[in-house]
Design a protein around this ligand. Structure first.
Ligand code: GLU
Length: 451
């Protein structure tokens, strides 16, 4: 008996741009699936297109993955494995499953137009299969170079998708896919399949735009003498306007680099993406390990879903509200505003972005220009300040005293005090801020002095 194979999944971006939220979702689902099943997660650079792939984009992807916290167990670059793909191509050629075709892009386009004009599906007519060795020699003498097509079996290829259920792809409705371009470069399909076999990928988890590819890839895997993995095709993430996200167009708005730059917490994005498209509510979660425990790929639905930056902003705030001081401390220190756990606990419920903590530190420590609308009221409030030490109970004691001497209550009591003490109409609870501000600064501010 063979030992059960360890779950192994892969995230396989092409380094032709930076990752966006849709790519992050692919990476996250695979990572969570691996963790939940005690398996392995592979990061694979699909970089056989050396015109569009760059080392900078590859480095950017690795940085984005590190930011998300999605560490990998296995790493490979397809550009370093070309000999392996050549060997697979040679095997397919020898078996007649990979055949040379010589039509130019223009000729193919003309064929497609003719077919469509006759109401036929624009499927490649396999004319190249009828070429004799003499025909080929003549074409090559003319200076033509072949591209190589995989000869599909014209059958229905079926698989049981972990999300979509039973799926069938009709080989007869598809053109024989080009695996190798005329310049010798491999297109995505063959390297992907060879790697899935060689790295013993057990589950391919990717977007539903790959369902047809899966029909082709299963045939190719079998042609290479292997058994296909399990598949899960999740529905696609559209942008807020309902259109699919594009690496190029949405880079400025929804690339991970742009979100990081905007101050988004990686766990906010992970928390949102792990639940979007499931019937379960989005919950702010501070650790990937916890997200993995509750992750269930079968909860993902089939309908396309929408990414709304307002949802991300909400989860981001919720993450900050949960964040313990021990996690915040080094980041507060890096911003030069680590005023201790009481400060963090006071301000975190009011943060939308972490960096706003620095604003509140400036407000606590000063200098601050107070906003005084009624100098007599403020002076009376200053006179009523109790002696230190101060704690959370001080605010209630003090405001009771101010109320007794001035007769002000409700908003008329609290708003002038907030404006004088913080210069802002909204913010963290004053019972928590007041002891941090301290008596000396509070007194100066209430007297309209910049402390
Ligand atoms: N490089 C491919 C892509 O980005 C990988 C797809 C797959 O998961 O097979 O679309």
């Amino acid at each position: 008996m063979t030992a059960p194979s360890t779950v192994t999944v892969r995230f396989a971006p092409s380094p032709t741009g930076r990752l966006h939220v849709g790519n992050a979702r692919a990476a996250l689902f695979n990572w969570l699936y691996a963790k939940k099943s005690g398996g392995k997660f592979m990061l694979r650079m699909d970089d056989t297109d050396d015109e569009r792939s760059t080392a900078e984009f590859a480095a950017g992807i690795e940085a984005d993955m590190a930011w998300l916290g999605l560490s990998h167990d296995i790493f490979a670059r397809q550009s370093e494995r070309l000999a392996t793909y050549e060997a697979a191509a040679a095997k397919l050629k020898a078996e007649g499953r990979l055949y040379p075709a010589y039509e130019s892009a223009m000729e193919l386009d003309r064929k497609r137009k003719r077919q469509m004009a006759r109401g036929l599906p624009p499927v490649y007519d396999r004319a190249a299969l009828n070429l004799t060795p003499e025909d080929r020699a003549r074409l090559e003498d003319e200076g033509r170079k072949p591209h190589w097509r995989f000869k599909l079996e014209q059958v229905h290829t079926a698989f049981d998708d972990l999300i979509q259920g039973h799926v069938e792809v009709d080989g007869a409705s598809l053109s024989d896919p080009v695996l190798i371009r005329e310049d010798g470069r491999f297109l995505y399909t063959l390297p992907s399949v060879v790697d899935d076999i060689d790295f013993a990928i057990t589950h391919v988890i990717r977007g539903s735009d790959h369902i047809t590819n899966t029909g082709v890839q299963i045939q190719l895997i079998r042609a290479l003498g292997a058994e296909p993995p399990a598949y899960a095709h999740y529905s696609l993430l559209n942008g807020p306007e309902g259109k699919p996200l594009s690496k190029r167009e949405d880079a400025a708005r929804f690339s991970l680099a742009a979100l990081r730059e905007a101050g988004i917490e990686p766990m906010a994005l992970n928390s949102l993406l792990a639940r979007l498209g499931t019937p379960d509510p989005v919950e702010a979660c501070l650790s990937l390990a916890t997200l993995a425990e509750t992750f269930d790929i079968a909860r993902l639905g089939r309908a396309d879903i929408r990414f709304d930056p307002a949802d991300l902003a909400r989860v981001n705030a919720a993450i900050l509200h949960l964040m313990p001081y021990t996690d915040a401390k080094p980041r507060l220190a890096a911003l030069g505003c680590d005023l201790g756990p009481d400060f963090w606990n006071a301000v975190r419920p009011n943060l939308a972005l972490f960096a706003e903590a620095a604003d509140w530190a400036r407000i606590v420590e000063g200098p601050l220009a107070p906003v005084i609308e009624d100098a007599d009221f403020a002076a009376a409030a200053a006179a009523a300040l109790p002696p230190e030490p101060w704690d959370e109970a001080t605010w209630a004691l003090w405001t009771d005293a101010v109320k007794a001497t001035t007769g002000a209550k409700g908003k008329a009591l609290f708003m002038p005090l907030r404006l004088a003490l913080t210069g802002r109409p909204h913010g963290p609870e004053l019972k928590n801020l007041l002891p941090l501000i301290g008596r000396k600064r509070a007194d100066a501010r209430l007297r309209g002095l910049t402390d």
